[in-house]
Design a protein around this ligand. Structure first.
Ligand code: 5HM
Length: 161
């Protein structure tokens, strides 16, 4: 039987997607991120996400506020879905480090044909990580399946200790 997710954290590039002159958030990034957020909203779980919390850049929090908050929310999540960005989002890479160090199950979403840090590609060797290579729209069924596998593996690990 599949385990229900109670809380998910969605990490993705933020600062670089906000136009500093107009304050507008990047249109295509808004569409693809909103699709992921709504997917988890529809599952009835708690969805932690800075972009929505900070009104897509209209209400940026201070680093002294969002840094401990993001860390706590990642550690309180059953799973983190992370889009590291290429060019790399510095904040998302820090969050990926926090999640992997705390063994929070994680799905990495990478875009085909883009360059990523070698450390991302090897992360599944030290933490519960599944990587989805995406060409076009993210397949939400594949995302759910990756999460299900991660949670199943995590509960197997727990029951064997
Ligand atoms: O460096 P960048 O802004 O791309 O980092 C994005 C990640 O940092 C997001 O996943 C978000 O959780 C966090 N973040 C935040 O919580 C980032 C910013 C802006 O730098 C912010 N709040 N205001």
């Amino acid at each position: 039987m599949s385990k229900k997710i109670e809380a998910v954290f969605i990490a993705a590039p933020f600062w670089s997607y906000v136009n500093k002159e107009t304050g507008e958030f990047d249109g295509p990034a808004f569409t693809s991120l909103s699709r992921i957020l709504e997917h988890f909203d529809n599952q009835g779980c708690v969805v932690y996400n800075a972009h929505r919390r900070e009104k897509w850049g209209q209400a940026f929090m201070e680093p002294s506020e969002f840094t401990p908050l993001d860390y706590e929310q990642i550690c309180a999540s059953d799973v983190i879905v992370a889009l590291p960005g290429s060019p790399a989002s510095p904040g998302t890479h820090i969050e990926i480090g926090w999640a992997s160090a705390n063994k929070v199950p994680m799905v990495l979403i990478l875009e085909a044909g883009k360059e990523y840090a070698g450390l991302l590609m090897g992360l599944d060797k030290l933490a519960p990580v599944r990587t989805l290579m995406v060409d076009g729209d993210l397949d939400l069924e594949l995302l759910d399946r990756a999460i299900e596998e991660l949670l199943l593996a995590a509960s197997d690990r727990q029951s064997s200790t």
